[in-house]
Design a protein around this ligand. Sequence first.
Ligand code: PHE
Length: 525
Amino acid sequence: MGNNKEAWGSRVGLILAMAGNAVGLGNFLRFPVQAIQNGGGAFIIPYLVCFLLMGIPLLYVEWSMGRFGGKKGHHSTPFILGAMDKRKFWKYIGVFGIFTNLAVAAYYCYLESWTLSWVWHSVKGTFAGQSQEQVASFFGNYVSLETMEPIIFWVLCLVLNTWILSRGLSGGVEKVAKIGMPLLLIFGAILAYMAVTLKAGEHGAKFDGTMGLNFLWTPDFSSIWNMKVWLAAAGQIFFTLSIGMGSIQCYASYVRSKDDIALNAMSAGWMNGFVEIVLGSAIIIPISVGYLGIDTVIEMTKNGGLGLGFKTLPYLFQQWGGTLAIICGLFWFGLLFFAGITSSLAMGTPCMGFMQDEFGWKREKAAWTFGLAVFLLGLPTVLFFNYGVFDEYDYWAGTVSLVVFALFEIILFAWVFGIDKGWKEITEGADIKVPGIFKYIIKYITPLFLGWVFFSSLPNIWSQIKNEAIDKQILAATDPNIIEQLKTQLMYVNISRVGLLLVWLGVAYLVYIAYKKRIKEGRFL
Ligand code: PHE
């Protein structure tokens, strides 16, 4: 066995760390934007259906797979999957569970570092007295690297993550979750209260805060037939619950073999649901709709929506007056920071677990190696942000990979490992009675549903590979400078795609070496 003697310190710590893993920037930045882009109330029904038919079943599956692999001393998906079926194929499917974490961490940590910087600027009063355009151009200049500041905050953020990871699960990750999660809930509740009670005419607001909420929460059944909305909802469920990633399996592999996973999985999953559905929908949407109206907000999120959180909210907070603006800025970006860091820490653990288990590395060495890898892989997203590299990573690693991995994983669990054995794993040591219907959902509905999501995304994936969207823009453009810029973008996008592929292959190669090493040493596979 390797050097890996990690364990969780307490049950509360485990649940908070798992909830922290799930609750991330996805809940506060991605969810509202997805909801707005997909018609508000039209989004909610597919979202909830996906939560029940894919989210919850996959949580059970991933937690139980993790604990199962952990019993045999495996803490990363190549060998967790490998323990469930002898065929070599599964170890290579498990590569996704390391690759995705590396590649998502590479762009996620950059985003996370913005929140630190924005905390600093909110407190320093940078946005005081600025017009909406000025706040927006502050963002534009930032990501164009007009100064060194973004790099400094980014490196700071990486070092912080790495240092916490090097302190281990109970000594690092768990402590951060125990402080970060409660603070996040408090900050979120205060901001949500302010947003929902926003009144038209007060502090320059045009509409009541509740208007935004109604837009989101008035179900519109017409969307049931719209594939695009379903795919967006499925993608959001994956991202927000961190399923199809490998990080849940890794966290769960450190649960003791007789301990409950059923109740733990539900606690963490529903806590994430609560934070997303209640807090995630009650801050950014009511405030921006209150000031700008629904149409403007929809327009602003057409080309991605990161802007709302960083470009618009700091300006809108200013309308509430000096001190309040500082406090709200601190709460909002502080909340985002805690949401982000508890998730990025989770992305570090599968890679570390792999190196500790397979190559006998010490925790510190594994952590700093992960930090370095994220730095190298993240550098293009920082340097070429304006050329779409960030979005390209998000598309392949943060969207497509999750669905592909989850699809294989559920087939392995329900059909190869076998649902009867699987069900025993889920219910063993359970502190709640898992409704029997989930046995059928996991066996039939979730795989079919996932297969459907995957196959209906194929045209979209193909069009992405062919760069249809950028090509269209090039054709439509008349200004030679813009055409030039788009062509450069095309180049960076293609290079980053090849880069990601190489990372996947690199991880697969390490898995191959680890496998050979195990055979040579006669270690239990
Ligand atoms: N679930 C996190 C979020 O909502 C993202 C995440 C993905 C975290 C993968 C860990 C692993 O932001």
